[in-house]
Design a protein around this ligand. Sequence first.
Ligand SMILES: Nc1nc2c(c(=O)[nH]1)N[C@H]1C(S)=C(S)[C@@H](COP(=O)(O)OP(=O)(O)OC[C@H]3O[C@@H](n4cnc5c(N)ncnc54)[C@H](O)[C@@H]3O)O[C@H]1N2
Ligand code: MOO
Length: 396
Amino acid sequence: MALLPIVEALACYHSAVRTLPTHRVPLELALGSVLAEAPEARISLPRFTQSSMDGYAVRSADGCSTRALVGTAAAGAPAEVTVGPGEAVRILTGGMLPAGADAVARQEIVERTGDGILLREAVHKGEAIRREGEELVAGTPIAEAGQRITAGLLAAFAMAGIDSVEVHRRPRVAVLVTGDEVIRVGEPLAPGQVYDANGPLLRAWFVENGYGEPVVAYVRDDEVALEEAMSAALDSADFIVTSGGVSVGDRDFVPVVADRLGVREIFWKVAQKPGKPLWFGMRDDKVLLGMPGNPAAVLVCLAVHARAVLARLEGETAEQPAWRRGMLASAVEADSERDRLVRMRLDMSGGVASLELLPRQESHMLSNLASAHALVWLPARQETFAAGEEASWLYI
Ligand SMILES: Nc1nc2c(c(=O)[nH]1)N[C@H]1C(S)=C(S)[C@@H](COP(=O)(O)OP(=O)(O)OC[C@H]3O[C@@H](n4cnc5c(N)ncnc54)[C@H](O)[C@@H]3O)O[C@H]1N2
Ligand code: MOO
Protein backbone atom coordinates (compact mmCIF):
# COMPACT_ATOMS: atom_id res chain seq x y z
CA MET A 1 0.00 0.00 0.00
CA ALA A 2 1.33 3.45 -0.90
CA LEU A 3 2.40 5.60 2.01
CA LEU A 4 0.39 8.78 2.57
CA PRO A 5 2.38 12.04 2.57
CA ILE A 6 2.29 13.91 5.91
CA VAL A 7 0.53 16.91 4.35
CA GLU A 8 -2.23 14.64 3.13
CA ALA A 9 -2.59 13.08 6.57
CA LEU A 10 -3.00 16.59 7.99
CA ALA A 11 -5.59 17.37 5.31
CA CYS A 12 -7.51 14.21 6.29
CA TYR A 13 -7.78 15.40 9.92
CA HIS A 14 -8.99 18.73 8.64
CA SER A 15 -11.76 17.28 6.56
CA ALA A 16 -12.79 14.32 8.74
CA VAL A 17 -12.57 15.52 12.35
CA ARG A 18 -15.56 17.41 13.66
CA THR A 19 -15.29 20.20 16.19
CA LEU A 20 -16.65 19.43 19.65
CA PRO A 21 -19.74 21.28 20.92
CA THR A 22 -19.41 24.51 22.86
CA HIS A 23 -20.31 25.50 26.40
CA ARG A 24 -19.94 28.54 28.63
CA VAL A 25 -17.32 28.32 31.35
CA PRO A 26 -16.30 30.68 34.11
CA LEU A 27 -13.06 32.42 33.30
CA GLU A 28 -11.07 30.54 35.91
CA LEU A 29 -11.79 27.26 34.08
CA ALA A 30 -11.05 28.58 30.60
CA LEU A 31 -7.26 28.37 30.41
CA GLY A 32 -6.19 26.31 27.38
CA SER A 33 -9.66 26.09 25.85
CA VAL A 34 -10.41 27.39 22.37
CA LEU A 35 -12.85 30.29 22.06
CA ALA A 36 -16.14 29.70 20.27
CA GLU A 37 -17.02 33.41 20.36
CA ALA A 38 -15.26 36.75 20.13
CA PRO A 39 -15.66 38.07 23.69
CA GLU A 40 -16.45 41.79 23.93
CA ALA A 41 -15.13 44.09 26.60
CA ARG A 42 -17.89 44.80 29.10
CA ILE A 43 -16.24 48.03 30.25
CA SER A 44 -14.04 50.62 28.58
CA LEU A 45 -10.35 50.47 29.39
CA PRO A 46 -9.20 52.42 31.22
CA ARG A 47 -12.61 52.72 32.81
CA PHE A 48 -11.88 56.24 34.08
CA THR A 49 -9.28 58.89 33.37
CA GLN A 50 -6.42 58.32 35.77
CA SER A 51 -2.83 59.13 36.59
CA SER A 52 -0.01 56.96 35.22
CA MET A 53 2.48 58.34 37.78
CA ASP A 54 2.79 59.12 41.45
CA GLY A 55 2.71 62.93 41.59
CA TYR A 56 0.30 65.84 41.57
CA ALA A 57 -2.82 66.50 39.51
CA VAL A 58 -2.59 70.04 38.19
CA ARG A 59 -3.90 72.41 35.55
CA SER A 60 -1.27 72.62 32.80
CA ALA A 61 -2.15 76.28 32.07
CA ASP A 62 -0.71 77.24 35.49
CA GLY A 63 2.82 76.63 34.13
CA CYS A 64 5.64 76.45 36.67
CA SER A 65 3.97 78.51 39.39
CA THR A 66 3.46 77.24 42.94
CA ARG A 67 0.20 75.46 43.70
CA ALA A 68 -1.75 75.06 46.89
CA LEU A 69 -2.23 71.40 47.79
CA VAL A 70 -5.99 70.86 48.29
CA GLY A 71 -6.41 67.08 48.61
CA THR A 72 -5.40 63.51 47.75
CA ALA A 73 -6.50 61.03 45.02
CA ALA A 74 -5.33 57.53 45.87
CA ALA A 75 -6.00 54.48 43.66
CA GLY A 76 -9.35 52.92 44.43
CA ALA A 77 -11.40 55.95 45.47
CA PRO A 78 -12.46 59.06 43.54
CA ALA A 79 -10.97 62.37 44.68
CA GLU A 80 -13.60 64.49 46.30
CA VAL A 81 -12.04 67.82 45.42
CA THR A 82 -11.88 69.88 42.23
CA VAL A 83 -8.55 71.32 41.15
CA GLY A 84 -9.01 75.05 40.69
CA PRO A 85 -6.52 77.54 39.19
CA GLY A 86 -3.33 77.58 41.27
CA GLU A 87 -4.26 74.31 42.99
CA ALA A 88 -2.95 70.73 42.98
CA VAL A 89 -4.08 67.38 44.34
CA ARG A 90 -1.69 64.68 45.49
CA ILE A 91 -2.32 61.67 43.19
CA LEU A 92 -0.96 58.12 43.05
CA THR A 93 -0.57 55.84 40.00
CA GLY A 94 -4.02 54.62 38.98
CA GLY A 95 -5.76 57.35 40.98
CA MET A 96 -8.83 58.91 39.33
CA LEU A 97 -8.01 62.33 37.89
CA PRO A 98 -9.91 64.95 39.88
CA ALA A 99 -12.18 67.39 38.07
CA GLY A 100 -10.37 70.51 36.93
CA ALA A 101 -6.98 68.85 36.46
CA ASP A 102 -5.69 68.10 32.94
CA ALA A 103 -2.17 66.82 33.69
CA VAL A 104 -0.10 65.09 36.32
CA ALA A 105 3.28 66.42 37.42
CA ARG A 106 5.34 63.38 38.43
CA GLN A 107 6.84 63.84 41.82
CA GLU A 108 10.44 63.92 40.50
CA ILE A 109 9.80 67.39 38.99
CA VAL A 110 8.02 68.75 42.05
CA GLU A 111 9.25 70.38 45.27
CA ARG A 112 7.12 70.48 48.37
CA THR A 113 6.81 74.00 49.79
CA GLY A 114 5.07 73.89 53.15
CA ASP A 115 1.40 73.43 52.24
CA GLY A 116 1.96 73.69 48.52
CA ILE A 117 4.14 72.50 45.62
CA LEU A 118 6.45 74.08 43.08
CA LEU A 119 6.92 72.58 39.59
CA ARG A 120 10.49 72.66 38.33
CA GLU A 121 9.24 71.97 34.79
CA ALA A 122 5.99 72.89 33.08
CA VAL A 123 3.67 69.99 32.21
CA HIS A 124 1.65 69.77 29.04
CA LYS A 125 -2.04 68.97 28.83
CA GLY A 126 -2.61 65.20 29.12
CA GLU A 127 0.84 64.50 30.59
CA ALA A 128 1.07 61.32 32.71
CA ILE A 129 -2.63 60.67 32.17
CA ARG A 130 -4.37 57.52 30.94
CA ARG A 131 -7.61 58.59 29.28
CA GLU A 132 -10.90 56.75 29.77
CA GLY A 133 -11.40 54.33 26.83
CA GLU A 134 -8.01 55.06 25.22
CA GLU A 135 -7.17 51.35 25.08
CA LEU A 136 -10.62 50.19 24.05
CA VAL A 137 -14.27 51.10 24.50
CA ALA A 138 -16.90 48.80 25.98
CA GLY A 139 -18.23 46.42 23.31
CA THR A 140 -14.91 46.01 21.48
CA PRO A 141 -14.07 42.34 20.75
CA ILE A 142 -10.73 41.49 22.30
CA ALA A 143 -10.11 38.05 20.81
CA GLU A 144 -11.43 35.92 17.98
CA ALA A 145 -13.29 32.64 17.88
CA GLY A 146 -10.77 29.86 17.29
CA GLN A 147 -8.05 31.34 19.51
CA ARG A 148 -6.66 29.24 22.33
CA ILE A 149 -6.87 30.97 25.69
CA THR A 150 -3.49 31.72 27.21
CA ALA A 151 -2.71 33.11 30.66
CA GLY A 152 -2.29 36.57 29.11
CA LEU A 153 -5.60 36.43 27.24
CA LEU A 154 -7.33 35.24 30.38
CA ALA A 155 -6.01 38.29 32.23
CA ALA A 156 -7.11 40.58 29.37
CA PHE A 157 -10.66 39.17 29.66
CA ALA A 158 -10.73 39.65 33.41
CA MET A 159 -9.55 43.23 33.04
CA ALA A 160 -12.35 43.95 30.58
CA GLY A 161 -15.00 42.51 32.92
CA ILE A 162 -15.50 39.26 30.96
CA ASP A 163 -16.15 36.65 33.62
CA SER A 164 -17.21 33.75 31.41
CA VAL A 165 -16.52 32.65 27.84
CA GLU A 166 -18.08 30.34 25.27
CA VAL A 167 -15.49 27.69 24.43
CA HIS A 168 -15.32 24.33 22.73
CA ARG A 169 -15.53 21.43 25.13
CA ARG A 170 -12.12 19.95 25.75
CA PRO A 171 -11.67 16.43 24.38
CA ARG A 172 -11.74 13.48 26.73
CA VAL A 173 -8.72 11.35 25.94
CA ALA A 174 -8.22 7.61 26.37
CA VAL A 175 -4.88 5.87 25.92
CA LEU A 176 -4.47 2.15 25.27
CA VAL A 177 -0.95 0.81 25.68
CA THR A 178 -0.71 -2.57 24.00
CA GLY A 179 2.00 -5.22 24.14
CA ASP A 180 2.64 -8.42 26.10
CA GLU A 181 6.28 -7.42 26.48
CA VAL A 182 5.52 -4.06 28.06
CA ILE A 183 6.12 -3.83 31.82
CA ARG A 184 5.63 -0.75 33.96
CA VAL A 185 8.84 0.72 35.31
CA GLY A 186 9.58 -0.39 38.87
CA GLU A 187 8.47 -3.97 38.21
CA PRO A 188 11.05 -6.71 37.63
CA LEU A 189 11.78 -7.49 33.96
CA ALA A 190 11.71 -11.07 32.67
CA PRO A 191 13.72 -11.98 29.54
CA GLY A 192 12.19 -10.43 26.43
CA GLN A 193 10.30 -7.75 28.33
CA VAL A 194 10.80 -3.98 28.05
CA TYR A 195 9.89 -1.08 30.26
CA ASP A 196 6.87 0.90 29.17
CA ALA A 197 7.85 4.26 27.72
CA ASN A 198 4.68 4.99 25.77
CA GLY A 199 2.29 5.00 28.73
CA PRO A 200 4.34 7.65 30.58
CA LEU A 201 4.97 9.57 27.34
CA LEU A 202 1.33 9.70 26.27
CA ARG A 203 0.04 10.48 29.73
CA ALA A 204 2.59 13.25 30.31
CA TRP A 205 2.12 14.76 26.87
CA PHE A 206 -1.62 15.19 27.34
CA VAL A 207 -1.14 16.56 30.85
CA GLU A 208 1.63 18.91 29.68
CA ASN A 209 -0.60 20.21 26.92
CA GLY A 210 -3.46 21.00 29.27
CA TYR A 211 -5.83 18.08 28.61
CA GLY A 212 -5.67 16.72 32.14
CA GLU A 213 -5.15 13.08 32.99
CA PRO A 214 -6.11 10.76 30.13
CA VAL A 215 -7.59 7.39 31.02
CA VAL A 216 -4.71 4.97 30.48
CA ALA A 217 -5.30 1.22 30.08
CA TYR A 218 -2.78 -1.55 29.48
CA VAL A 219 -3.89 -4.25 27.07
CA ARG A 220 -2.42 -7.64 26.25
CA ASP A 221 -1.77 -8.64 22.63
CA ASP A 222 -5.08 -10.43 22.54
CA GLU A 223 -7.96 -9.59 20.24
CA VAL A 224 -10.66 -10.10 22.82
CA ALA A 225 -8.88 -8.01 25.47
CA LEU A 226 -8.18 -5.28 22.93
CA GLU A 227 -11.77 -5.26 21.71
CA GLU A 228 -13.05 -4.88 25.24
CA ALA A 229 -10.64 -2.05 26.07
CA MET A 230 -11.13 -0.25 22.77
CA SER A 231 -14.89 -0.50 23.01
CA ALA A 232 -14.83 1.05 26.50
CA ALA A 233 -12.49 3.80 25.28
CA LEU A 234 -14.74 4.59 22.31
CA ASP A 235 -17.73 4.85 24.63
CA SER A 236 -16.08 7.18 27.10
CA ALA A 237 -13.60 9.34 25.17
CA ASP A 238 -13.57 11.69 22.18
CA PHE A 239 -10.00 10.90 21.21
CA ILE A 240 -8.49 7.45 21.57
CA VAL A 241 -4.77 6.88 21.13
CA THR A 242 -3.30 3.40 21.03
CA SER A 243 0.35 2.44 21.08
CA GLY A 244 1.73 -0.69 19.41
CA GLY A 245 0.08 -3.48 17.50
CA VAL A 246 -0.52 -1.44 14.37
CA SER A 247 2.00 -2.87 11.94
CA VAL A 248 1.89 -6.12 9.97
CA GLY A 249 2.94 -8.61 12.67
CA ASP A 250 0.82 -11.59 13.71
CA ARG A 251 -0.21 -9.78 16.87
CA ASP A 252 -0.89 -6.36 15.38
CA PHE A 253 -4.60 -6.28 16.15
CA VAL A 254 -5.39 -2.56 16.32
CA PRO A 255 -6.68 -2.11 12.72
CA VAL A 256 -8.76 -5.29 12.70
CA VAL A 257 -10.31 -4.67 16.12
CA ALA A 258 -11.02 -1.03 15.30
CA ASP A 259 -12.75 -2.17 12.11
CA ARG A 260 -14.82 -4.72 14.03
CA LEU A 261 -15.96 -1.97 16.42
CA GLY A 262 -17.18 0.19 13.54
CA VAL A 263 -14.24 2.58 13.39
CA ARG A 264 -13.93 3.59 9.74
CA GLU A 265 -10.34 3.55 8.50
CA ILE A 266 -9.36 6.86 6.90
CA PHE A 267 -5.72 6.06 6.38
CA TRP A 268 -3.05 3.59 7.42
CA LYS A 269 0.66 4.21 6.90
CA VAL A 270 2.23 7.59 6.47
CA ALA A 271 5.41 8.43 4.54
CA GLN A 272 7.29 9.44 7.68
CA LYS A 273 10.19 8.10 9.65
CA PRO A 274 9.60 7.29 12.43
CA GLY A 275 5.90 6.54 12.69
CA LYS A 276 5.15 4.84 9.37
CA PRO A 277 2.36 2.47 10.47
CA LEU A 278 0.17 5.27 11.93
CA TRP A 279 -3.53 4.37 11.60
CA PHE A 280 -6.36 6.93 11.62
CA GLY A 281 -10.03 6.12 11.85
CA MET A 282 -13.33 7.54 13.06
CA ARG A 283 -16.55 6.20 14.53
CA ASP A 284 -19.13 8.98 14.33
CA ASP A 285 -17.35 11.91 15.99
CA LYS A 286 -14.82 9.73 17.85
CA VAL A 287 -11.25 9.83 16.61
CA LEU A 288 -8.82 6.95 16.89
CA LEU A 289 -5.11 7.30 16.20
CA GLY A 290 -3.28 3.98 16.24
CA MET A 291 0.34 4.87 16.90
CA PRO A 292 3.23 2.46 16.41
CA GLY A 293 4.89 0.90 19.44
CA ASN A 294 8.31 2.40 18.94
CA PRO A 295 8.56 5.24 21.47
CA ALA A 296 10.16 7.81 19.11
CA ALA A 297 7.36 7.09 16.65
CA VAL A 298 4.85 7.92 19.42
CA LEU A 299 6.69 11.16 20.12
CA VAL A 300 6.48 12.19 16.46
CA CYS A 301 2.86 11.10 16.11
CA LEU A 302 1.96 13.22 19.15
CA ALA A 303 3.83 16.34 18.03
CA VAL A 304 2.60 16.25 14.44
CA HIS A 305 -0.58 14.19 14.24
CA ALA A 306 -2.26 14.32 17.66
CA ARG A 307 -1.59 18.06 17.68
CA ALA A 308 -3.45 18.47 14.37
CA VAL A 309 -6.36 16.27 15.49
CA LEU A 310 -6.74 18.21 18.74
CA ALA A 311 -6.67 21.56 16.94
CA ARG A 312 -9.53 20.35 14.78
CA LEU A 313 -11.52 18.81 17.66
CA GLU A 314 -11.25 22.08 19.55
CA GLY A 315 -11.95 24.43 16.63
CA GLU A 316 -8.55 26.11 16.70
CA THR A 317 -8.05 28.33 13.65
CA ALA A 318 -4.26 28.73 13.88
CA GLU A 319 -2.49 26.12 11.78
CA GLN A 320 -1.32 23.26 14.04
CA PRO A 321 1.31 21.96 14.28
CA ALA A 322 3.03 25.36 14.22
CA TRP A 323 6.10 24.87 12.05
CA ARG A 324 8.93 27.37 12.36
CA ARG A 325 11.88 27.96 10.07
CA GLY A 326 15.50 27.25 10.90
CA MET A 327 18.81 26.36 9.34
CA LEU A 328 20.61 23.04 9.42
CA ALA A 329 23.97 23.35 11.21
CA SER A 330 25.41 20.35 9.41
CA ALA A 331 24.58 17.95 6.57
CA VAL A 332 21.81 15.43 7.26
CA GLU A 333 21.06 12.28 5.31
CA ALA A 334 17.70 12.23 3.54
CA ASP A 335 15.34 9.27 3.11
CA SER A 336 14.20 8.75 -0.45
CA GLU A 337 10.75 7.37 0.44
CA ARG A 338 9.72 8.80 3.78
CA ASP A 339 9.90 12.31 5.25
CA ARG A 340 12.27 12.26 8.19
CA LEU A 341 11.27 13.81 11.51
CA VAL A 342 14.56 14.27 13.24
CA ARG A 343 15.29 15.29 16.82
CA MET A 344 17.83 18.12 16.85
CA ARG A 345 19.55 20.46 19.24
CA LEU A 346 18.25 24.01 18.87
CA ASP A 347 20.65 26.94 19.11
CA MET A 348 19.10 30.40 18.94
CA SER A 349 22.21 32.30 19.99
CA GLY A 350 22.99 33.59 16.48
CA GLY A 351 19.50 35.08 16.04
CA VAL A 352 18.40 32.29 13.69
CA ALA A 353 17.30 28.83 14.74
CA SER A 354 20.35 26.69 14.12
CA LEU A 355 19.48 22.98 14.08
CA GLU A 356 22.14 20.49 14.99
CA LEU A 357 21.72 16.78 14.36
CA LEU A 358 21.87 14.52 17.40
CA PRO A 359 22.90 10.89 17.45
CA ARG A 360 20.52 8.05 18.44
CA GLN A 361 17.69 8.83 16.01
CA GLU A 362 16.28 5.31 15.59
CA SER A 363 12.59 4.90 16.30
CA HIS A 364 13.22 2.70 19.36
CA MET A 365 15.51 5.33 20.96
CA LEU A 366 14.59 8.26 23.16
CA SER A 367 17.77 8.95 25.11
CA ASN A 368 18.72 12.05 23.09
CA LEU A 369 15.66 13.93 24.29
CA ALA A 370 17.52 15.76 27.04
CA SER A 371 19.37 17.67 24.30
CA ALA A 372 16.65 17.78 21.66
CA HIS A 373 14.21 20.69 21.64
CA ALA A 374 13.39 20.72 17.94
CA LEU A 375 11.69 18.13 15.76
CA VAL A 376 12.87 18.88 12.23
CA TRP A 377 10.88 17.94 9.13
CA LEU A 378 13.09 16.78 6.28
CA PRO A 379 10.97 15.88 3.23
CA ALA A 380 11.69 12.66 1.37
CA ARG A 381 14.29 13.09 -1.36
CA GLN A 382 17.41 11.49 -2.81
CA GLU A 383 20.12 14.01 -2.03
CA THR A 384 21.54 14.72 1.39
CA PHE A 385 20.41 17.95 3.12
CA ALA A 386 23.34 20.35 3.12
CA ALA A 387 24.59 22.46 6.03
CA GLY A 388 22.94 25.89 5.77
CA GLU A 389 19.75 24.56 4.16
CA GLU A 390 16.48 25.81 5.59
CA ALA A 391 14.13 23.40 7.32
CA SER A 392 10.82 23.45 9.19
CA TRP A 393 10.82 22.50 12.84
CA LEU A 394 8.60 22.26 15.91
CA TYR A 395 9.32 22.57 19.61
CA ILE A 396 9.15 19.18 21.31
N1 LIG B 1 7.67 -6.65 8.34
C1 LIG B 1 7.54 -5.40 8.81
N2 LIG B 1 7.84 -5.18 10.07
C2 LIG B 1 7.73 -3.93 10.56
C3 LIG B 1 7.34 -2.88 9.72
C4 LIG B 1 7.02 -3.17 8.39
O1 LIG B 1 6.65 -2.28 7.60
N3 LIG B 1 7.12 -4.45 7.99
N4 LIG B 1 7.30 -1.63 10.22
C5 LIG B 1 8.21 -1.35 11.32
C6 LIG B 1 7.96 -0.04 11.84
S1 LIG B 1 8.47 1.25 10.89
C7 LIG B 1 7.45 0.16 13.08
S2 LIG B 1 7.32 1.77 13.67
C8 LIG B 1 7.04 -0.94 13.94
C9 LIG B 1 5.68 -0.64 14.53
O2 LIG B 1 5.12 -1.76 14.98
P1 LIG B 1 3.84 -1.82 15.92
O3 LIG B 1 3.12 -0.56 15.91
O4 LIG B 1 3.07 -2.99 15.57
O5 LIG B 1 4.48 -1.90 17.35
P2 LIG B 1 4.95 -3.16 18.16
O6 LIG B 1 5.38 -4.19 17.25
O7 LIG B 1 3.91 -3.45 19.13
O8 LIG B 1 6.21 -2.51 18.89
C10 LIG B 1 7.28 -1.99 18.17
C11 LIG B 1 8.46 -1.81 19.09
O9 LIG B 1 8.15 -0.92 20.14
C12 LIG B 1 8.28 -1.53 21.41
N5 LIG B 1 7.21 -1.05 22.29
C13 LIG B 1 5.91 -1.30 22.12
N6 LIG B 1 5.21 -0.72 23.10
C14 LIG B 1 6.08 -0.11 23.88
C15 LIG B 1 5.98 0.66 25.07
N7 LIG B 1 4.77 0.92 25.62
N8 LIG B 1 7.09 1.16 25.63
C16 LIG B 1 8.30 0.90 25.08
N9 LIG B 1 8.47 0.18 23.97
C17 LIG B 1 7.39 -0.32 23.38
C18 LIG B 1 8.16 -2.99 21.14
O10 LIG B 1 8.73 -3.77 22.14
C19 LIG B 1 8.86 -3.10 19.80
O11 LIG B 1 10.25 -3.12 19.98
O12 LIG B 1 6.99 -2.13 13.22
C20 LIG B 1 8.14 -2.40 12.42
N10 LIG B 1 8.03 -3.69 11.87
O1 MOO C 1 8.13 4.08 11.31
MO1 MOO C 1 8.94 3.11 12.40
O2 MOO C 1 8.63 4.21 13.71
O3 MOO C 1 10.27 3.91 11.50
O4 MOO C 1 10.27 2.43 13.15
